[in-house]
Write a protein that binds this ligand. Sequence first.
Ligand code: IPE
Ligand code: IPE
Ligand code: MG
Length: 257
Amino acid sequence: MWQEKRYNSNNMIEKAIDKSRIPQHIAIIMDGNGRWASKRLLPRTMGHRAGMGALKTIVKACNELKVPYLTVFAFSTENWKRPVIEVDFLMRLLIEFLHKELTELHENNVRIHIFGDYGEIPMDCQIEIKEALHLTQNNSGLVFNIALNYGARQEIIEAVKQLSQRVTTQDIKPEDINEEVFSQLLYSGTMPDPDLLIRTAGEMRISNFMLWQIAYTEIVVCDTLWPDFTRADLIQAIKEYQSRDRRFGGLGQGSAD
Ligand code: IPE
Ligand code: IPE
Ligand code: MG
């Protein structure tokens, strides 16, 4: 059980990070599954399977560290460009993950959300997702957002369409549109913006992930490939985040008058 494991690694956490300044929202671009497999002369799909193990570890760790929100990029709107066999495997893997982990996630009070249009994915996958959403809807622990068939530009366009519709029906005046109104139409709704964005496998790009929400997010890119990403790597990223001087366009804490 997660509860039992929680205190085993507490010493390490205690020393490494300031528990009073845990990021409220961590977003992760889980990248490098294919490279992990290639390095081992395995098919790319085996990298995705290994990546599921890392995901399980990180969801548990975030729950234990009392991170309120975790958003992971599982499948982008651009990932449909990949071979059908890989796309199919990824969908099956998601079903498997939800099937195997749902009971434990629910017992640990995790609430699951999906960012993205999951109406476009295979029906059996949709059924599994609906069950997960329904079962965990009243949970009050970690909010676990799975970005699936997600693209930030598409998300923004959808919000613009909804706003245009509301303007047409005179439900809202153009002059009343502001950042708050707009934000609430995104998948993240009223959730806080990510404080920390982690990208594994070294690429220095955003790949169409949460473009609106990461305006002032601290970005940590690590070379570790996603299947190798551990709880210690997560703690390291949080430590890095805690060392940053977040200025939000103002003057930093260390600046002179
Ligand atoms: C991330 O790993 C998983 C998904 C995008 C679904 P990749 O499959 O992109 O792995 P690399 O980047 O090819 O190593
Ligand atoms: C981003 O990784 C998407 C996910 C992690 C699901 P990609 O591997 O698709 O990104 P690019 O193609 O390297 O930009
Ligand atoms: Mg990749």
